[in-house]
Write a protein that binds this ligand. Structure first.
Ligand code: UDP
Ligand code: MG
Length: 308
């Protein structure tokens, strides 16, 4: 008999967690004989912790892991996968944007198609800003054009993984994990399932623009080395352009000496231009070096305060 583990990262989710918990338990208990729900409380500052602990009395299949502070969505999911004991592990958001009702279909699909991963693809997204949808859409396409690993489009972390994939995942020592990328990179048989992404049940997103950018940068820097070659390509192009420019100036000086003047604007312009290009290239280098620095420190991904 298969055991199902559901991993739910939670950060300040007091307004939704009771509803999420009852929906998850309702779905799981009607479809599966053996299951567990693992809540990972990512250092919430509201009542999330107390609520999670209070569930234990009425729901025996629940475990909650509490971090010592807010480490972020990805570390929370990593911890959940590490502590999950099921044959199939489902990663789902706490805010009911990913419908729990899809879980049985995901398991069915994994069994029928003998798949190791079933990733949920958003057919539509409700209640999210035009800006978020647009940036998400183009971001995944951009990353695919640059990455060595082809990531499925319009897919978040909502997915099912089996024991094989979970074991492979747990053995990966990268500290700053871009989970959707890593799971794709792991391989085995991965199949999509479509769904409509709901509106957040209550509360507000914990992914403001700054966090979105950080997350996007992690995906890009950890899955592509193309930005590094960008600097070289830019440099080469500019050298070629400047050679052409000097040839043109030389011709002008020979054939039209009257119109030839020694200007300062061109010098000033090229200083700013080349300065900008150099700063940009250094910034790209710096971003990679920063990541090497973080990885080499070898700090744990998260610190657990207690497990209930
Ligand atoms: N989350 C987390 N730690 C954080 C931010 C978010 O564990 O620092 C959780 C959050 O509780 C939710 C999931 O990650 O279950 C997705 O976050 P959210 O719904 O805020 O993001 P959005 O759906 O707007 O992208
Ligand atoms: Mg959400």
């Amino acid at each position: 008999m298969v055991k199902i583990s559901v991993v739910v990262p939670c950060y300040n989710e007091e307004s939704v967690i009771v509803e999420t918990n009852s929906q998850l338990n309702a779905v799981l208990s009607t479809h599966f004989q053996e299951y567990e729900i693992l809540y990972v409380n990512d250092g919430s500052k509201d009542k999330t912790k107390e609520l999670l602990i209070s569930f234990k009395g009425s729901f025996p299949n629940i475990k909650s892991i509490h971090f010592s502070r807010n480490f972020g969505h990805q570390p929370a999911v990593s911890a959940g996968i590490k502590y999950a004991t099921g044959d199939y592990i489902i990663i789902i958001d706490a805010d009911l944007q990913d419908p729990p009702a899809l879980i049985p279909d995901m398991v069915k699909k994994a069994e029928e198609e003998n798949a190791n991963v079933v990733y949920a693809v958003r057919k539509s997204r409700m209640g999210e800003s035009w800006f978020k949808k647009m940036t998400a859409k183009y971001y995944y396409r951009l990353i695919n054009s640059m990455s060595e690993t082809q990531l499925p489009l319009d897919t978040g972390d909502f997915r099912l993984i089996d024991r094989k994939v979970a074991d492979a995942f747990n053995n990966i020592e990268e500290k700053q994990k871009y989970i959707r990328g890593i799971i794709t990179w792991i391989g085995f048989k991965q199949v999509p399932i479509e769904y409509d992404r709901e509106e957040r049940f209550a509360g507000e997103t914990h992914y403001p623009l700054t966090k979105m950018i950080q997350f996007a940068m992690r995906g890009l820097l950890y899955f592509s080395k193309k930005p590094l070659t960008l600097a070289t390509n830019l440099g080469l192009t500019l050298v070629a352009l400047s050679v052409l420019f000097f040839i043109a100036q030389f011709i002008k000086w020979i054939f039209y000496p009257d119109t030839f003047e020694i200007g300062w604007m061109s010098i000033f312009g090229s200083i700013i231009f080349f300065g900008g290009i150099q700063m940009l290239s250094m910034g790209v280098l710096g971003a990679y070096i920063g990541n090497i620095f973080d990885e080499i420190k070898n700090r744990p991904e998260y610190i657990i305060d207690e497990i209930n």
